[in-house]
Design a binder for this molecule. Structure first.
Ligand code: ADP
Ligand code: MG
Length: 698
């Protein structure tokens, strides 16, 4: 392998390339656009497009695409070649500023949640200069936002960019109040830790459920799962290591700081973490990472599973969203400071997050609600469906002493007065290593752990940014009119702690007693499944938040509400279809054939020696026949449930019917099929078992 610094970012039109290839004037103008979100001069756009094309063509590119993130959690692209006819019958390679700035893909096949009914079918993509263009194979990819003709966002990126603007605006107001004049911009950063499974391609290809739905819909428990905890952080197998090496290299070429890799809890489960970066970039890079993970796997005859719950009985996969907020002068606003002044600022930002999570817990929960993630949250392998914040015992004690104007510990004599006294020193609380908290403060960042492994991190960060922007807006409003800033700040922080401390919980999030306390005593909401969550998107309070900060219009929220319902229903209906097909065309014929063979063998034995009892064969035939009938019945029941869904009109009723009628029938069908698996000869079983899948990579 070549030297990492030599090829790092070689596929990215980054700062280094821009500086080298753009004139000083164009470079400066582009930087202004990026930093301040100013409009790009058409001449500048032409110059940038020329430079991009030359750079890309030199690296072998033939096509360009506007790369965007529709509401599918995966990215979309439509390739156009650079070629343009020359008068002499030849060809020239062209790429104009106009083509760079705007594209017009046909939007009609992307989820729009009804936005298309009122607007034109066409959508447009608009260049997002805050994220670098990059090369994928022979294609120059231009990160873009994707909107309907009326300007309504049809993607995940547009609201995210708007939320970054919202939090910047409100955080700047607060920083100015602290007398901070040197900062000109505030951004949030994210480091997403990505979990995934790797299995051998040959076993994958024999499982229609994995191919169609990304998860196994059948499969009896194997003799060995994750009981021994021997996989977590275990030695990485050479084949997996070779995969990770190539993956890292490909990601580095794309300018992605892939940093940490290790085995996870379940057999065949692994994790990759990059170094954190601006939320906008982190989102694009996480989408690319998921794509490259799958591509590199194919080269190694492996398949990378990004589904939240590919296998029952072992842990599913998530994505830890490490989030912080920092100034362009390099100060992490969630980092405790040294001076009383810095501390007061840190505490205000800290309680802003606590308040945001408490006020908008339902929106945060909704941002991670998908059919796949429903299998994890609350399943004692991932955080519960109740959102709470972990701060650690020490920091919690500090907040308590501030709230009540009492000394923080017996040793401390003085009562801490904000802006006057420094905070008592506290250590990063290691008790959080149990990882049961959905939203943990880990020293200088918050880690949101409910996100599903296959989800885009755009929406969750959109909500987080906006909810925190709202706390900051209220604080700025209040403090801007204060006579004595320090006094007002002290009171404000006290008031906020009192109002929102119910969301703080440092104990074991998996504990049943906690769920009861959270919902019954503290009044926190527990939205167990996706259909429970989705209506939060159009609740008055949430609509007010998101429209006030210009992050979503009311129309857009209604559209997302429809899209979420549709995505949920479609995902499960595809699973149900797959199950009935596998049951009727694979499992039933296999079990019947094995039953017949067993009966035949008993017949042969009897023919040989009529006195033989053949009790084993007879009992087995009886059991298999009983199971076959039961499988047929359960399949028919599932088919009836699916019919009932098709007869439902409203999309919200459809989702609830699927949850309450289809999912239980699916579980019943699976249970009998899994039982049949345990008594059917392995030669007859029509697809690879859990054991073969989970231990397929050696
Ligand atoms: P772990 O959660 O396994 O203890 P770390 O806390 O070291 O691991 O980091 C996990 C992720 O958090 C990494 O992607 C890292 O880059 C990211 N991270 C670290 N500091 C910050 C920060 N200030 N803001 C956002 N993400 C961060
Ligand atoms: Mg972590």
């Amino acid at each position: 392998m070549a030297n990492i610094p030599d090829f790092f970012g070689s596929m990215v039109f980054d700062e280094r390339v821009m500086k080298a290839r753009l004139s000083a004037k164009v470079y400066h103008s582009l930087k202004q656009t990026i930093r301040r979100g100013e409009r790009l001069d058409p001449e500048v756009a032409d110059a940038v497009a020329d430079a991009m094309r030359d750079w890309a063509v030199e690296k072998g590119a033939t096509h360009f695409t506007h790369w965007f993130q529709p509401m599918t959690d995966i990215t979309a692209e439509k390739h156009d070649s650079f070629i343009s006819p020359a008068p002499d019958g030849g060809v020239i390679l062209e790429f104009s500023g106009k083509e760079l700035i705007q594209g017009e893909p046909d939007a009609s096949s992307f989820p729009s949640g009804g936005l298309r009914a009122t607007f034109e079918a066409r959508g447009y993509t608009a260049w997002d200069p805050t994220s670098y263009a990059f090369l994928k194979g022979k294609t120059l990819c231009i990160p873009t936002a994707f909107c309907a003709y009326g300007g309504e966002a049809l993607d995940q990126k547009t609201p995210l960019l708007r939320s970054m603007e919202a939090i910047n605006k409100q955080a700047m107001r607060v920083l100015r109040l602290f007398g901070n004049e040197s900062v000109s911009h505030v951004t949030t950063s994210v480091g997403p830790e990505q979990e995934y499974f790797l299995i051998d391609k040959s076993v994958y290809e024999k499982r229609r459920d994995l191919i169609y739905t990304g998860r196994t819909l059948f499969g009896a428990k194997p003799p060995k799962g994750q009981e021994l905890d021997d996989h977590y952080f275990g030695a990485i197998k050479p084949r997996v290591q070779a995969y990770m090496d190539e993956l890292n290299e490909e990601l580095w070429k794309l300018g992605i700081y892939a940093k940490t890799e290790h085995n996870e809890v379940a057999p065949s489960q692994h994790e990759l973490a990059p170094i954190y970066t601006t939320t906008n970039l982190a989102t694009d890079q996480n989408q690319l990472t998921m794509e490259v993970m799958q591509k590199v796997a194919a080269k190694h005859d492996l398949v990378c599973l990004l589904h939240e719950k590919p296998f029952a009985g072992v842990n599913g996969s998530g994505k830890h969203n490490n989030w912080s907020i920092a100034t362009d002068t390099g100060v992490n606003l969630l980092s405790p400071g040294e001076t009383p002044h810095e501390n007061a600022q840190f505490l205000l930002f800290l309680v802003a997050v606590v308040q945001a999570v408490d006020e908008y817990q339902e929106l945060l929960r909704t941002a991670v609600a998908t059919a796949g993630n429903d299998h994890r949250l609350g399943g004692n392998e991932a955080p519960p469906a109740v959102v709470s914040v972990f701060l650690g015992d020490e920091l919690t004690a500090i907040l308590e002493s501030l709230e009540t104007d009492t000394p923080y510990s017996a040793a401390e004599k003085t009562v801490v007065k904000l802006g006057v006294h420094a905070l008592p020193r506290f250590a990063r609380d290691m008790t959080d290593r149990n990882r049961t908290s959905p939203f943990a403060f880990t020293g200088n960042k918050f880690e949101f752990r409910m996100v599903g492994s296959s989800q885009s991190i755009a929406t969750v960060n959109t909500i987080l940014n906006t909810a925190v922007a709202e706390s900051l807006r209220q604080y700025a409003d209040e403090l801007e009119g204060a006579n004595n800033f320090n006094d007002a700040l002290h009171t404000l922080i006290q008031k906020t702690i009192t109002a929102h401390k119910r969301i703080i919980f440092n104990g074991n999030g998996y504990d049943e007693a906690w769920i009861r306390e959270a919902t019954e005593k503290r009044g926190l909401s527990e939205l167990r499944t996706t259909p429970d969550c989705i209506p939060s998107l159009i609740k008055k309070k949430n609509v007010e938040l998101l429209t006030r900060h210009g992050v979503f219009t009311e129309n857009e929220l209604h559209s997302r509400y429809e899209i979420m319902l549709e995505n949920y229903s479609k995902a499960i209906m595809i699973e149900a279809e797959t199950m009935t097909e596998m049951a009727r065309r694979e499992i039933l014929p296999a079990v019947t054939a094995f039953t017949a063979e067993t009966a035949e063998n008993a017949g042969k034995k009897k023919a040989l020696a009529p006195t033989l009892g053949c009790t084993y064969e007879t009992k087995l035939v009886e059991r298999l026949s009983g199971l076959t009938d039961c499988i047929a019945d359960k399949t028919a029941a599932l088919e009836r449930a699916m019919l009932a869904v098709r007869e439902t009109d409203e999309s919200v009723n459809e989702a609830f019917t699927i949850r309450d009628v289809v999912l239980p029938r699916m579980a019943e069908l699976r249970a009998v099929c899994d039982e049949a698996e345990t008594v059917t000869a392995s030669d007859y079983w029509p697809f690879p078992t859990y054991g073969e899948l989970l231990f397929s990579v050696r």
